[in-house]
Design a protein around this ligand. Sequence first.
Ligand SMILES: Nc1ncnc2c1ncn2[C@@H]1O[C@H](COP(=O)(O)OP(=O)(O)OP(=O)(O)O)[C@@H](O)[C@H]1O
Ligand SMILES: [Mg+2]
Length: 248
Amino acid sequence: MASTHTIAVLSQKGGTGKTTAVRTLTDAFRRSGVRTLAVDLDPQGNLSDYFDLPPDVEPTIADVLSGRASAAEAIHEDLIGANLSLAEAELMLGSKMGREQTLRRALAGILGEYEVILIDCPPSLGLLTVNALVAADHALVTAEAQYFALQGVEQAMEVIELARDSLNPELSLLGVLLNLADMRTVHSREALASLKERFGEQVFDTAIRPSIAYAESAERAVSILDHRPDLGADYLTLADEVIARLGI
Ligand SMILES: Nc1ncnc2c1ncn2[C@@H]1O[C@H](COP(=O)(O)OP(=O)(O)OP(=O)(O)O)[C@@H](O)[C@H]1O
Ligand SMILES: [Mg+2]
């Protein structure tokens, strides 16, 4: 049986393109015939909306983390959805033994069903993100091409190292993705240069260009690969890089 690559997509900051990356990489992988499960681990439920999952669909990841449903039961069209009930589930989780391993244990039941599992983390490095890092074997850090990018990535790295040292020695960094990168500006070029200086080859060669079309794509719940294939090309190139790094 082929092994499953589980990838947690995280950032210290909000709005760095985590959800867009999970949605679009999922689309790109599926187009290449890679069986991919997307997991929404953010109470905002942005990923679920982007996939046009009806808001009343149950069970969700909150039910899975609370032990009310299995991961298999919560899969709807290869997505495990989330909504605001996840905020409550996170609070409940905080007082449980083994709270950091809850997602890992839940996903164990469906490993082997998918070649890739992509987890969309919330914009904080709290218990949900730690659960993703303990469940994953790879971390993908997103950064916005701006002055404080490096600092945010450093903080995400610290949490990755913490998860690796204490709970998940298998965890490795898959790469750092620079988003909203307009390479015509000095600003973006400097952000990329500082990331490359610090993280070298771990920074993906592909950076994602900025466009208002991404917000439109999310609003219409249509993949950027369909909404604007010219822009989607960035994510197709990124998906090839990710697949190469995973060795699929
Ligand atoms: N390349 C891009 N160019 C312009 N806008 C983008 C791009 N990628 C994503 N966006 C938009 O930026 C906003 C934030 O993106 P997204 O929701 O993917 O980030 P996030 O890191 O998941 O945010 P959060 O931390 O709130 O979960 C969204 O409105 C999205 O449509
Ligand atoms: Mg998000």
